[in-house]
Every structure is written in C-alpha cells, then in structure tokens.
Design a protein around this ligand. Structure first.
Ligand code: BGC
Length: 487
C-alpha cells in the first residue's frame, strides 16, 4: 500500500486487473512482431501465396551477410506497420471523442477480424486485408493502451504500470517465436495455426475491454465530472482523491479551450513534448533492436547449434528480453527515466561496437566464427538486448504517453505511435539490403545512432519520474533550461 502525501492510493484487485487486461494490447503487438518473420519463411506459406518468391528463394545464393531478400515479401510483412501508422491518427480522434476504453475495444475487434481473415485466407487479397486489419488493431491498441495505463496509474507507480505494456510486448514476441517453431513442422497448414493463434490474446483483450474502466482524465475531458470523480475513487481505492481530481479538472479546463488538437500541436509551445515523443520513438528503432532480433538466429548458428539455432536464439534472446524488462518495471520509478536510458546507451554502444569489430575481423562472407568467438558474440547480443529491454524498449512508449498536456495528449501520442511504425517499416524494408552491402559496418551504423541518442538524452530529456501527468507543463517543461524558451 502506498501513497504520496498529496495523492493517496491503494492497490485494489480491480485496478490491477485493469492494468493486466489492457496490457494484452501489448501482447497482440508483440505477437504480430514475432510471428511474421517465421511465417514468411515457411515454404508452405510461400508456395500458397507467393509461388514466384518461393521459386526465386530456391535458387538464391546466400552468404553470411547476404541473406535471401525479397522486397515484395518484405512489403507484405511491413503492410501491417503502414496500416498501423495511418490508423493511429484515427485512433487518436476516437480516443479523445469517445474515450480510451472504446478505442481498446475497437483494437480487439480489428485484431480478431485480422487474425481470422489472415489465418483462413484462401487468396492473397484476403491475406492482405487480414494483415491491414491487424495493422489497424495495432494502431488503435498502441495508441490507447499506453495512454490508458499512464492515466490510471498512481503517480508514484506510473512508470511501472505503463511498462506492463512493453512487458506484454516481449512476452508476445517470445510466445510467437515458440509457436512458429512448433508449427514449422505442421505441414501444410502450420502457418494458419501461427496466424490464427493471434485470436487468443485478441479475445482476452476484447473481454478485458468490457471489464476495464474508462480513465478519469478522459471522462472529465468529455464533461463527465461526476463519473470521473467516482472512477478516480474506485481506482485509487481511497475516499480522498480531491487534490488529484482538482488537477485533472484544471487540465481539462485548459483542454476545453482547444478545439483543434492537431493545430494546437503545431504551435511552438507544444513542440517540446512533440520533439521528445517523436525522437524517442525514432531512436528506439534506430538502436537496431529489430535488426538484432532478426539477425540473432544467424549468429547463433555459428555457435554450432545448426538445426536448433532458431529455437535456441529465440528462447535465449526472448527470455533475456522478458526478464530484463522486469528490471525496468522495478527501477523506473525509483531511479528515473534518464539514468536507465543513459546507462543503456553505454551498454548498447559497447556491445554493438564489439560485435561489429569481431565480425569485421573474423567473419567474411563465406566462412564462420570459431566457437569461442561465436559465444562471445552471443553474450554481446544478450547484453545488448538486456540494455534495450530495460530502457529504450519500454521508455519509448512510457515517456511520450506521460509528457503531453491533456489537450494534445492523444494527438501528440499518435505522432509517437506513427513514428515508431514508420521507422519499424523502414528498418524492416532496408535492413537486409544494408547488411548485404555494409557487412559488419551495419553494427557501427547503429552504434553511431546510439551515441547520438545518448547525447540527446543527456541534454534534452527532462526527468518525469514522480511528476503527476497533469502537472507536466508547469513542473517539467516550464522549468527545463532548453525547453522553457518554447513555453
Ligand atoms: C519496439 C519493437 C521491438 C520490441 C522488442 C518494442 O518496444 O517498439 O519494435 O520489436 O520492443 O521487445
């Protein structure tokens, strides 16, 4: 049981249930990230929908750096991110007009339809429509869930509660990899099982979205002060919520004056949280995390686990990813956001550079690393994933969800979501081609980005730990040496 002197709160069964149920939106997202690569590598799937790609793949020449790469197939995988990019803006409208809860409900319905269509697809068009529906689900879920979690969390635990989203993303990726490994041997319809199982978390999210509460901020923003007050009492588990409620009412009065949030967002005074939100998401992707996750099986093959390399790599990196995210859950509200990001930059910079050096010196196109070199590389990959998992992974979602004032919160967060999707798309589309032309140099490319983001955090990212979400402008932005000149 905990409470700051000003804002009292207790954990109740209901509020913890709300956090967990909403976080299933993260599991959906993670499952989608994890499942696609495996499915598009399955021969049965290619023969059914992309016979020409399958034909080309059979005759492709591969080496350590130039894996088989088909832009068209990649585009199919990435279509989800493009759909999510666009839909996050619609989701932001629904989020502010109708609330976070109906947006999460819609996400689950899109997910469910998408999972059903893509797993049952009998032609490529159904498959693509399914993919787009899943993408819309991701756009809606990723817009509403982090905002929902940040708004219903007590201020002193906001980081931890929000990071449940990312924790569920990592669990989703892990489960998807295991599912793919199991369905690989189920001919000829293993891919249908992989895609269809996305329906399970979608159903849980659907039921969950009927059970969860609306956030007090969203209720007050839409003029339902009485319900907002009751909800706040319910989720805080205490009677005296006056101080916090007044803060929300104040924020909502300011918000009432703003009729066009997107226009408001373009004003100079809205720039600080917008720049921070977009930069964090762009940087998150340019850590190279998805490239590393993708490349891990190849690195693990060189350790000598030929046939089980992909299982082994997903189990090891997947578990490191999940458990290191827990570190963040327990430390983000104690040590703060900045220190986690900065510490991780150092750890990721060292590991990326070291991987680059080892591969540059010892791995040519056609030979392989010695066992001991490979073990070192695997250890470095784990160190890298670990650092990402307790920093840029979760905080890329947390910080943008907690720094916008109420009037631009959903619009601003939509820019964060769409930046993530755009950069995920770009990296997914370009990574294999870059690897083929840059070889080990790709690791130095990402290392350079990590250096830039470290400097960015050092000078430009304010600490938001323990600051009430509706007091950010006064407490954080107007006091920051650089950003106050914008306010
Ligand atoms: C990122 C994903 C990434 C995942 C890895 C998320 O925060 O947005 O792109 O695959 O973390 O755990």
């Amino acid at each position: 049981m905990s409470g700051s002197p000003k804002y009292q709160s207790k954990f109740t069964v209901y509020v913890v249930l709300c956090w967990i149920l909403a976080a299933f939106g993260g599991l959906m997202f993670g499952y989608d990230i994890g499942i696609s690569g495996g499915v598009t590598a399955m021969d049965d799937f290619l023969i059914e929908f992309f016979p020409k790609v399958h034909e080309r793949k059979l005759h492709a020449k591969e080496d350590n750096y130039c894996k088989y790469d088909d832009q068209f197939l990649q585009l199919f995988t990435s279509s989800l991110y493009l759909a999510a990019l666009v839909s996050s803006f619609f989701a932001s409208k629904i989020c502010s007009k109708f609330g976070r809860k109906p947006t999460i409900l819609s996400a689950s319905v899109f997910f469910l339809l998408g999972a059903a269509l893509s797993s049952g697809a009998v032609n490529i068009w159904l498959l693509i429509v399914g993919r787009v529906l899943l993408g819309i689900g991701v756009g809606f879920g990723n817009e509403a869930v982090p905002l929902f979690l940040s708004e219903i969390a007590p201020v002193q635990h906001r980081g931890a509660v929000n990071i449940l989203f990312q924790l569920f993303v990592t669990i989703g990726i892990f489960i998807a990899n295991l599912v793919n490994y199991a369905t690989l041997k189920m001919h000829p319809y293993g891919w249908r099982v992989s895609l269809g199982l996305a329906g399970v978390p979608a159903i849980i999210l659907f039921i969950g979205s009927l059970i969860i509460t609306e956030t007090p901020a969203s209720l007050v923003e839409r003029g339902q002060n009485g319900r907002g007050h009751r909800t706040l009492r319910k989720i805080r588990g205490v009677e005296d919520v006056e101080a916090e409620f007044q803060q929300i009412v104040l924020a909502s009065e300011v918000a009432q004056g703003v009729k066009h949030p997107f226009k408001e967002l373009m004003k100079r005074s809205s720039r600080p949280p917008l720049i921070i939100a977009v930069s964090l998401q762009v940087f998150q992707q340019f850590t190279g995390i998805n490239a590393i996750m993708f490349y891990a099986p190849v690195l693990f093959q060189t350790v000598g686990f030929k046939n089980d390399a992909s299982l082994l790599s997903s189990v090891i990196t997947g578990l490191v990813n999940v458990f290191s995210t827990l570190v963040s859950v327990f430390s983000v509200d104690k040590f703060g956001r900045r220190i986690l990001l900065l510490q991780a930059c150092v750890q990721m910079l060292i590991s990326q550079t070291a991987i680059g050096v080892i591969l540059y010196l010892h791995l040519q196109a056609t030979d392989s690393l010695t066992k001991s070199q490979a073990i070192v590389v695997v250890a470095l990959v784990c160190l890298y994933v670990m650092a990402f998992a307790w920093s840029w992974g979760p905080l890329g979602w947390l910080i943008p969800s907690e720094t916008f004032p109420l009037e631009t919160r959903t619009a601003g967060f939509a820019f964060a979501v769409s930046s993530n999707m755009l950069c995920t798309f770009i990296i997914a589309q370009a990574f294999l081609t870059m690897l083929c032309s840059m070889h080990a140099g790709i690791f130095f490319f990402f290392a350079a980005w990590i250096l830039v983001m470290g400097i960015f955090v050092l000078f430009l990212l304010p600490e938001t730990k323990n600051v009430p979400i509706d007091a950010m402008v006064e407490t954080v932005w107007k006091k920051h040496p650089v950003w106050k000149t914008f306010m």
